[in-house]
Each structure stands twice: as structure tokens, then as C-alpha cells.
Ligand binder design. Structure first.
Ligand SMILES: [Zn+2]
Length: 418
């Protein structure tokens, strides 16, 4: 029978990835030798082949998302040619309605919500005529005339109109064109792209994503690592030297951090990455007895760590309590030292509070859920709550664990009513 259910395929892909990883770990020199180890390896190998065959049968009938590059690959290859109304869906920026308006936060934690026309008009009053000619009327300053072409100081280049950081000195290079040139933006969500066919040429115009100020154009003849050349007008930018206080409009928003452990961190991280209000999610280890543990140590040396996800979030968009509610939907808090097929202390359900307030809120939330949520009427919540004073350090996991599902097999399915 051919299966076309993407959730089933996603689960099978997870199983293949997990079995393969176990096999690699069992094969390593650090693994125990002996007859039992050999038998275990043989069983794992057979299971990998069986699971691969099952995935292949299902995947043939399904268009997988795995062939698409992750959203992060965009600035490293080509900028999108069209400015899409739905651009937020292709980026890591999070969007949610707050007080009836959209609020969009970049991965670098800047508010990149598009400004209202009235606010842009208000800001534009401060512009000198030569600045307005470029920024508002899409003009171009003459080559070698801008004041930032030969600027080699360390710092950040912010939007002249709204203050959003757009480029940084570590991506600036001498292109010889007479205009300030960069190989990548400060954050890919800070710059927007539109087709420009004026002057008998087809070019890609770049705009400030927040206020739509005209910045310049981007070309595909830049240096490594991106191969892009962002060609800027000096008057569209303002330089803030390193060590100088940034104006308020050029600062990131205030963020908060939560640490949740709910079984294999690949799935937990992936679901939180898809959650509006979450700016970033990182897989790692917490709650154990040794510093900087490796995945192998956590699996085989009884270090006591739980696979944990560090979540950086925007408290204006999602509260800590709302985040807890998501966490309880993304995993089963009634399974003790296990989560589905994954058994062991490293897969325990746990919350590592980052403040006394978070600890109190977590305990209260669990009490409420246990007493009033019918889902937990006959099942005890076993989530471990660790106070900020005992939580210890969070250790990020190895690179190959980060964004695992996005890199390898598409995203995890979200609960149905998300
Ligand atoms: Zn701007």
C-alpha cells in the first residue's frame, strides 16, 4: 500500500535519522566492544534498511519539502527577485497581530514591522534635499562622491530615514565602483528587494524593509561567501562607529529566554522555530553533571543532561505562559523519562526556569493543567521543574543537531489546531 500522509513520512524520516545516528555512535571507537555490541549493531543496521525502504515507498507518492533550501540559504545565494506580500513566510522573522497591528521581528531581534505612511512622511521631514532625492525619489548619487565609500572604521550602517541597522563593517569591501559595497546585509530580514526596469536595464533594487527607503541595487558579481554586491548610496546610510551608543531606533527589542526539554530536541526545536513570537530556538543540553558534554557522552555516559531547547522570544508577541502552553502541546508531559520511542533520562520532560518568576509561573501552570485540563484527568504530569538557582548552564549541541529537520527532511508537523 502506498502512503501519502506527510506526517507518517516525517515520522519515518525521523526514525531513519535516529537509527542511523545510533549506528554511527555504536560503530565509533569509543563504543563498547564484544559480542553483544556486534549483535546490537547488526540489528540496528537491519532496522535502518527496513525503515529506509518504508520511507522510499511513501516518499515516491509525496512531494517532499526536503529539496527546498532552508530560508537561511537565501542571502548566501540569490536575493528574491520580487517583493512578495507573503515575504514573511519565507523568512525567519516572526509576525503576529498585536493590538490589531502586525509586529514583525527579525532573527537579530529588531522590530522590522513596516512603518505606516504617515510615520515615514514624518521622518522624511528631517531629510536634506539631496538625501530626499535618493531616498524618496530613488535617485543615485554620483560615483566617488559619497562620504562612506572609503570608510574603513568598525561599526554599523543604519538607515538614514528610520535607523534600522542595514549593513555592518565586517561585510564591506572595496568594489572599485565608487559606491559603498557590501557582500551581505546585517540581517536578511532588514532589506527588501524589488524588480527595477528603469533606465533600460533590469536590476534588483534594495529597500529598507522597515521604511522602504531606497538604498541602491544588488548585483551577482560580488565576492565570496555570497557572490553578491550590495551597491549603496552613502546618503541612504548613517554610520555608527563601534563603541558609540546606538540611537533608540537602531537598537534590538528586549527579548526573554526559556529552556524546555521534551524528548528529542530536533522536533521540539523545529516546532518552536515555527511558532510566532519565537525569535530563535537552539538545541542543547542542560541539567547534567559535566561541562560541555558531547552527544555521545549524553547518550552513553550517564551525564544526567536532558536534551533541551533554548528559546529566545519576544514577550510582546508571546507570553511565557503561552509558550508553556505550546510546549505542553508539542510533547507529552505525562511520559516519565521517555518521549514516544525515545527512552532514557536525556528524553525527560523538564522546564529549566531562567528566573524565580518563570519557576513560579511554571509550577502554577502545571497545577492548573493537572486539575482542570480533561486531557490530564487520569494521567499525571511528570514534568520536572528546575529553579533558576539550580538550572545550571545550557550547552549548545553540536552543529549537526541545529535546525536538523529544516536541513534534512522538511519541518515537523504542527498540532492540528495550530
Ligand atoms: Zn529604514
Amino acid at each position: 500500500m502506498t502512503r501519502t500522509n506527510p506526517i507518517a513520512i516525517s515520522i519515518e524520516v525521523c526514525i531513519v535519522q535516529k537509527l542511523t545516528l545510533w549506528y554511527i555512535v555504536a560503530e565509533s571507537p569509543a563504543a563498547e566492544c564484544g559480542a553483544w555490541s556486534q549483535i546490537l549493531k547488526t540489528i540496528l543496521l537491519v532496522l535502518v534498511f527496513v525503515a529506509i525502504a518504508a520511507v522510499a515507498a511513501g516518499a515516491a507518492a509525496l512531494t517532499m519539502r526536503g529539496g527546498e533550501p532552508p530560508a537561511d540559504a537565501i542571502p548566501a545565494s540569490k536575493p528574491s527577485r520580487e517583493r512578495s506580500e507573503d515575504a514573511s513566510m519565507n523568512s525567519r522573522a516572526t509576525v503576529k497581530k498585536v493590538d490589531g497591528a502586525l509586529r514583525k521581528i527579525s532573527r537579530a531581534a529588531y522590530d522590522v514591522t513596516p512603518l505606516a505612511r504617515a510615520r515615514v512622511d514624518e521622518l522624511a521631514r528631517k531629510l536634506k534635499p539631496e538625501e530626499a532625492e535618493v531616498i524618496l525619489s530613488k535617485g543615485t548619487e554620483r560615483a566617488f562622491c559619497g562620504n562612506l565609500v572609503d570608510n574603513h572604521k568598525d561599526g554599523v550602517y543604519v538607515c538614514r530615514l528610520c535607523g534600522l541597522p542595514l549593513f555592518a563593517s565586517d561585510a564591506k569591501f572595496d568594489s572599485g565602483t565608487g559606491w559603498p559595497s557590501f557582500f551581505q546585509p546585517f540581517d536578511k530580514d532588514h532589506v527588501a528587494y524589488v524588480n527595477d526596469s528603469s533606465h533600460g536595464m533590469v536590476r534588483t533594487e534594495i529597500l529598507c524593509a522597515r521604511c522602504e527607503a531606497h538604498l541602491g541595487h544588488v548585483f551577482e558579481d560580488g565576492p565570496r561567501p555570497t557572490g553578491l554586491r550590495f551597491c549603496l548610496n552613502s546618503v541612504s546610510l548613517e554610520f555608527v562607529e563601534k563603541g558609540t551608543a546606538l540611537p533608540e531606533s537602531s537598537r534590538p527589542i528586549e527579548t526573554q529566554v526559556a529552556y524546555f526539554a521534551g524528548g528529542c530536541f530536533w522536533g521540539v526545536e523545529d516546532r518552536f522555530q515555527q511558532t510566532p513570537g519565537v525569535i530563535d530556538a537552539v538545541s542543547g543540553y542542560m541539567g547534567g553533571r559535566v561541562e560541555n558534554p558531547s552527544y555521545k557522552q549524553v547518550c552513553y555516559e550517564n551525564t544526567g543532561h536532558a536534551e533541551t531547547v533554548k528559546i529566545t522570544f519576544d514577550p510582546v508577541v508571546i507570553t511565557y505562559k503561552e509558550l508553556l502552553a505550546k510546549f505542553f502541546r508539542y510533547h507529552d508531559p505525562t511520559q516519565f523519562n521517555r518521549q514516544g520511542p525515545d527512552y532514557g533520562e536525556q528524553y525527560r520532560s523538564a522546564v529549566f526556569a531562567s528566573s524565580a518568576e518563570q519557576e513560579e509561573e511554571t509550577r502554577k501552570f502545571i497545577e492548573e493543567q493537572q486539575s482542570s485540563n480533561p486531557k490530564f484527568k487520569a494521567r499525571k504530569i511528570v514534568t520536572q521543574v528546575v529553579g533558576a538557582d539550580r538550572a545550571g548552564k545550557f550547552f549548545p549541541a553540536e552543529d549537526y543537531h541545529q535546525d536538523y529537520h529544516a536541513k534534512h527532511g522538511g519541518h515537523c508537523a504542527m498540532p492540528e489546531d495550530e
